[in-house]
Design a protein around this ligand. Structure first.
Ligand SMILES: [Zn+2]
Ligand SMILES: [Zn+2]
Length: 329
């Protein structure tokens, strides 16, 4: 089992190694093959300066997406040793978890209105958290497990993931636009390109094709995640809307606070909004209680005829918690 796990870990790094190989080859194609044919030193300086700025930001954002922790569940959500023993003994585990869940700020439930419990991690899942079978643990506000960064995308690294997508678009479109005229010259067999070695011609043509293809694919993914960010949804929540306690919230998107606030949750504010540095807001556990104004919640519930006396308690509960995340092993 351990050997299988080790093999799985090695296999999981292959997509990342493929991306790194393509990036290194594109560096060679641009800096050596393309810049070698540029007619003037001034043009070469401009090409190299612009390229290296974009290349460094892109590589940095990719490394941050790979090596950032996605966000583990805080210790308070794990059952204590006596609670685990009690859970094993009890014949009504649903009712027992209901009692344990009362001490935690949770609002999401399963399809059968039960407390969401992970039998692998032995923890009660915080709102928006899900278990990742690849990472073998529960991840806060899990979006998806991405093979191209060999990492889960969750609350703590979602911004790094979307900035990686953004700078992938910037990198590929920069390469594509700078290389395009020279690829056309080679395609038209123009006189001044004849002396260029065949390998350099091949590199220039292929890097143009590969960069354009990657730009089209990644920009589509970035637009999808921009839509998710604007609506405060995760990829998993797009597939299945979260179910809240007693279905008292009528909308299918209970975490939506409006486009500006939703984007602020992921990007924060200020000059570093679109930089690959951590500026996301919140703690990955409390979503509605701390962030949705109680007045709005009362109005929403009242308009559905569902307001009750304990709504204020539910949506304003300030459960004292040490929300230090559990870092991945
Ligand atoms: Zn789990
Ligand atoms: Zn994962």
């Amino acid at each position: 089992m351990n050997i299988l796990h080790q093999i799985q870990r090695v296999v999981q790094t292959i997509p990342v190694l493929i991306i790194f190989s393509i990036v290194l080859w594109s560096y060679y194609a641009f800096v050596v093959s393309l810049c070698g044919v540029l007619p003037s030193p001034e043009m070469k300086t401009v090409y190299l300066m612009v390229y290296h700025v974009v290349f460094i930001v892109f590589c940095f954002s990719y490394l941050r997406a790979i090596f950032s922790d996605s966000g583990g569940v805080p210790p308070q959500f794990y059952l204590t040793a006596p609670e685990k023993e009690e859970l094993d003994r009890t014949t009504d585990s649903r009712a027992f978890l209901e009692v344990v869940g009362k001490r935690l700020p949770i609002h999401e439930v399963t399809l059968t209105n039960a407390v969401r419990y992970c039998e692998v991690c032995l923890c009660i899942k915080p709102d928006r958290a899900h278990h990742c079978s690849m990472c073998r643990r529960c991840v806060l506000k899990m979006d998806h497990h991405c093979p191209w960064i060999n990492n889960c995308v969750g609350f703590r690294n979602y911004k790094f993931f979307v900035t990686f997508l953004l700078y992938s678009c910037v990198y590929t479109i920069t390469v594509s636009l700078f290389v395009a005229p020279w690829a056309v010259f080679i395609w038209n067999r123009e006189e001044h390109m004849r002396a260029l070695p065949e390998m350099d011609k091949f590199n220039i043509m292929i890097v143009f094709f590969v960069a354009t293809m990657f730009f089209l694919a990644v920009s589509g993914l970035w637009v999808f995640h921009a839509f998710l960010t604007a609506n405060n949804k995760s990829t998993l929540e797009m597939g299945r809307a979260p179910r809240m306690k007693n279905q008292r919230i009528g909308d299918k998107n209970p975490y939506d606070k409006g486009c500006k606030a939703n984007c602020g949750d992921v990007y924060g504010s200020g000059v570093c909004m679109f930089c690959p540095v951590y500026t996301s807001r919140g703690n990955g556990v409390l979503f509605q209680p701390a962030e949705r104004p109680p007045g709005d919640m009362r109005r929403l519930l009242s308009s559905n005829g569902m307001a009750s006396d304990d709504d204020e308690v539910i949506y304003n509960s300030e459960v004292p918690l040490n929300l230090d995340p559990v870092m991945s092993a």
